[in-house]
Write a protein that binds this ligand. Structure first.
Ligand code: HEC
Length: 129
């Protein structure tokens, strides 16, 4: 009986996990390429609209004030950064987040390829509610 319950719970988790990774359907080749680059981010950032995971939701992130998602425990560093997530700042963040905001809790990311950055930003722009 317990085993069955565990199996059902695992299946449910898997099913919700699949929905998790889906996100919006890419509308342009750039967004589709960006969704591929997002595999570097998906372990911590949910594609399930406003859900926070290990990292905050990235829906509506473009143009948003850093550290402003409700119910997410940000580091003091990001809360005090005074940054707005313009395309330019997002580019700096994904190239070297610790350089842009020393003391951030996000693991170091180094996407320095300009095309990959463009694609990723195109995809992030498509995350809207
Ligand atoms: C290992 C987990 C992890 C990975 C991988 C990761 N992030 Fe993060 N991300 C976080 C955490 C945790 C925070 C909160 C940082 C803080 O509070 O200092 C964060 C914060 C952010 C923020 C700031 C959001 C806000 O509301 O101010 C952006 C933008 C972001 N991440 C984008 C990305 C992108 C794009 C990628 C992939 C290239 C990525 N992250 C990969 C964990 C991660």
């Amino acid at each position: 009986m317990n085993l069955i319950r565990i199996a059902v719970a695992a299946a449910t988790l898997l099913a919700s996990g699949a929905a998790f990774a889906v996100g919006p359907e890419p509308k342009t080749p750039e967004e589709a390429a960006g969704k591929q680059v997002f595999t570097h981010c998906a372990a911590c950032h949910s594609l399930d609209s406003s859900k926070n995971a290990f990292g905050p939701s990235l829906y509506n992130v473009v143009g948003r004030k850093a550290g402003s998602v409700p119910r997410f425990e940000y580091s003091d560093a990001i809360k005090a950064s005074g940054i707005t997530w313009t395309e330019d700042n997002l580019r700096k963040w994904i190239a070297d987040n610790e350089k842009l905001v020393p003391g951030t809790r996000m693991r170091h990311i180094a996407i320095t390829d300009k095309a990959e950055q463009d694609y990723l930003i195109a995809f992030l722009k498509s995350l809207k509610q």
